[in-house]
Design a protein. Structure first.
Ligand code: GUN
Ligand code: ZN
Length: 437
């Protein structure tokens, strides 16, 4: 195979530590005029551009983003691609929102052509927002899973996805059974997991839409395929919590249901986790289970305020990543998602430091998927996925940036005022997949 060498020049940012500490700014390392060299989709060198350029082979393709920030590609660790068409749907909280908007939309994804077009729209939206990896819910239909993995394979994207399983409390045309959900998931897992950079995520929607039999089958599947991931929802909404208590009266709490069926562990990502009790938090810590923080969803469908500080500054920390949760979430922009995470922290009386916010969307999300050795940071040996931020993307941002007095200040301005207009380019597997100009 031919060797493909790409290099990016710009203001390179790297996480050299964990910013959930007393001095978050120290977790960031930067090269104001930096160069990243990549070969066949992996980072081979990082350093000052003037020096490194001397070593660049003549067949390399050089992308000059001087004056712009080069960050690790953003990782959306919880999103529903079939819900792209119902983003911004009015006036309902979780259960009513699912029944009114979500289920009718998801019912269309048995048509693989429809699903392919929707998957493409979804991927283009992600790239236009600097998202280079995601953990994605498909629908009950195996076609919806094939469609997404096929489209993502065109970019050799590190994507995790899975077929939603539901065998109760959903419309008849959106139900599988404990057996068919297991069989279809297993076949898809064996077909896609490890194909290129694809990862399969076993995806029971949430405890209320699965019978105990389906939960059992799901746990059995993960036991047979521990290399796969698991994703589901937990403790998002008060009415949902009550419902789980009625449906599963024999378990101590919501997380206790997943615990009972062997669904917790390294590689399991639970969406939301807003109302966890101390026992649940301890179990997540002990099992290495992660949480996807979905700020714009939690405000948009009125679910509540996730305590991001509480999951880090404790003797029992939990891995947390950042997620759009479209279409419950109201934006594909990770910058907007960070802004909402900041606002949610403010409403609880503390501030989310910008380095912590960017970390959650990169290293943090990678850690939820146990992929932090491969994605989410800019280090030699890691995969070549990048987001490039134009720090002067709007008149207001240009004006405000004139008064910024530090790199941290500049990054904060981007996450508060920036959106898709700030994403200058996106690279996946060392190749440009999006560019504004
Ligand atoms: N809980 C179960 N399904 C869903 C979903 O599609 N979106 C959100 N936000 N929560 C859920
Ligand atoms: Zn969700």
């Amino acid at each position: 195979t031919v060797r493909t060498i790409t290099a990016l020049r710009g203001h390179v940012l790297q996480f050299s530590g964990d910013p959930f500490c007393d001095n978050p700014a120290e977790a960031l390392t930067d090269w104001p005029d930096g160069l990243i060299i990549t070969e066949n989709g992996k980072i081979t060198a990082i350093g000052d551009a003037v020096e490194l350029l001397k070593t660049l082979p003549s067949d390399a393709v050089l992308y000059d983003h001087s004056g712009k920030f080069i960050l690790p590609g953003f990782i959306d660790c919880h999103v529903h691609y079939p819900q792209t068409e119902i983003i911004a749907s009015y006036g309902a909280q979780l259960i009513e929102w699912l029944n009114t908007y979500t289920f009718p939309a998801e019912a269309k994804f048995g048509d693989i052509e429809y699903a392919r077009r929707a998957a493409d729209v979804y991927l283009q939206q992600s790239f236009a927002n600097g998202i280079t990896s995601a953990s994605v819910y498909c629908t009950i239909h195996p076609e919806s899973v094939d469609a997404l993995f096929e489209q993502a394979a065109r970019y050799n994207m590190r994507i995790a996805a899975g077929k939603v399983m539901m065998d109760r409390n959903a419309p008849a045309n959106l139900r599988d059974t404990a057996q068919s959900g297991y069989d279809q998931s297993k076949a898809l897992l064996e077909k896609w997991h490890g194909q290129g950079r694809a990862l399969y995520s076993i995806t029971p929607r949430f405890a209320p839409t699965s019978t105990p039999e389906q939960m059992e089958a799901t746990g059995a599947l993960w036991k047979e395929h521990p290399e796969a991931l698991v994703q589901t929802h937990t403790s998002e909404n008060r009415q949902e919590l009550e419902w789980v208590g009625e449906l599963y009266p024999e378990h101590p709490d919501y997380v206790g249901v997943y615990e009972h069926y062997g669904l917790l562990g390294k590689g399991c990502v639970l969406g939301h986790g807003i109302y966890l009790n101390d026992r649940e938090k301890a179990v997540l810590h002990e099992t290495g289970t992660s949480i996807a923080h979905c700020p714009t969803s939690n405000t948009f469908i009125g679910s509540g305020l996730f305590d991001v500080r509480g999951s880090h500054f404790t003797h029992q920390p939990i891995r947390v990543g950042l997620a759009t949760d479209v279409g419950g979430g109201s934006s594909f922009s990770i910058l907007t998602t960070m802004r909402t995470a900041y606002e949610i922290a403010q409403l609880q009386g503390y501030s989310l430091h910008p380095v912590q916010a960017y970390y959650l969307a990169t290293v943090g999300s990678a850690k939820t998927l146990y992929q932090e050795d491969r994605i989410g940071n800019i280090k030699v040996g890691m995969e070549a996925d990048f987001a490039v931020i134009d720090p002067l993307s709007t008149p207001l941002i240009r004006h405000r940036m004139g008064y910024a007095n530090s790199l941290i200040d500049q990054l904060f301005i981007q996450m508060i005022l920036g959106d898709d207009r700030a994403i200058a380019a996106t690279y996946v597997d060392g190749k440009r997949v999006y560019s504004q100009a």
